[in-house]
Design a protein around this ligand. Structure first.
Ligand SMILES: C[S@@+](CC[C@H](N)C(=O)[O-])C[C@H]1O[C@@H](n2cnc3c(N)ncnc32)[C@H](O)[C@@H]1O
Length: 252
């Protein structure tokens, strides 16, 4: 992804989102800060599959503004550690949820080997060219046998046209090969079937409307909106789809 598109979508918008949530109220925070297509049903599937429980150290790689990790802490009592390279997104997660954020790239995670109990990586892999390096790093920091929950936007055919700037969608077969190569065993995978209920989407839309009203004329807003429109067209035409995956880390 070009640096400007990446920082518009993954840094400017999360920062503006945090400001808008502060205006609208904290019940808007989690729906607005889930920026990787995760619905409550998808998060619940991942949480149950990974057997999240109170006190589990859950590393969220590419955590964005922290909505999924905050949801897991609120509903399952986990102790999240967020890893996010974009500074304003990390600040948004701290501001909205008070969660610990490590500012780093998922291909070089500054955590000890076998130091986390579970990991999530939601809506991130398609934005990363070197997916093998990121998955290998996640495998390194997980304890052997620990769970990895993934939300991945997959290509349903050999080509996705026009691909949004900087996205490299793997096919289902490629994803399975990458996971096996990094030392993961896939336990289960499903296509995301249910959308979010109105109680969730309305709040996310209200936050998006405040962001639009304040930043509509900003070039970064237009860039991010353009990316969003391209994604929506690709989902509507069936060229891409969301897959949820539960895998476990095999001992190295
Ligand atoms: C679509 S957003 C999803 C954010 C969050 N996981 C969620 O579901 O709300 C993709 C995230 O991946 C992050 N990202 C992109 N490249 C990354 C990398 N190399 N290492 C870690 N995170 C990365 C972006 O900064 C962005 O926050």
């Amino acid at each position: 992804m070009s640096a400007s598109a990446m920082s518009a979508e993954f840094d400017d918008v999360p920062g503006w989102t945090a400001e808008a949530v502060e205006q609208l109220g904290e019940r808007h925070a989690i729906p607005a800060a889930c920026r990787g297509s995760a619905s409550p049903a998808a998060l619940a599937w991942l949480a149950e599959a990974c057997e999240l429980a109170p006190g589990i150290r859950l590393l969220d790689v590419g955590a964005g503004a922290g909505g999924p990790a905050a949801w897991a802490a609120e509903r399952f009592g986990v102790a999240p550690i967020l890893l996010e390279p974009m500074p304003a997104a990390g600040r948004a997660a701290v501001r909205l949820f008070g969660l610990p954020v490590v500012a780093a790239d998922g291909r070089r995670i500054p955590l000890r080997t076998a130091s986390v109990d579970a990991a999530w990586c939601l809506g991130v892999l398609c934005t990363v060219r070197d997916k093998a390096a990121m998955l290998a790093e996640i495998h390194r920091v997980l304890t052997p046998g620990a769970s990895l929950g993934l939300l991945v936007v997959l290509a349903r055919g050999p080509q996705v046209l026009p691909a949004p700037d900087g996205n490299h969608f793997p096919t289902g077969g490629e994803l399975l090969g990458l996971l096996a190569g990094a030392g993961f065993e896939v336990v289960e995978q499903i296509d995301q079937q249910t959308g979010a209920p109105l109680s969730w989407t309305r709040r996310a839309e209200q936050v998006a409307a405040v962001v639009a009203s304040r930043h509509r004329t900003d070039p970064a807003f237009r860039l991010a909106a353009h990316q969003g429109e391209r994604f929506a067209r690709l989902f509507a035409s069936g060229q891409i789809a969301v897959r949820l995956v539960h895998a476990v880390s095999r001992p190295a």
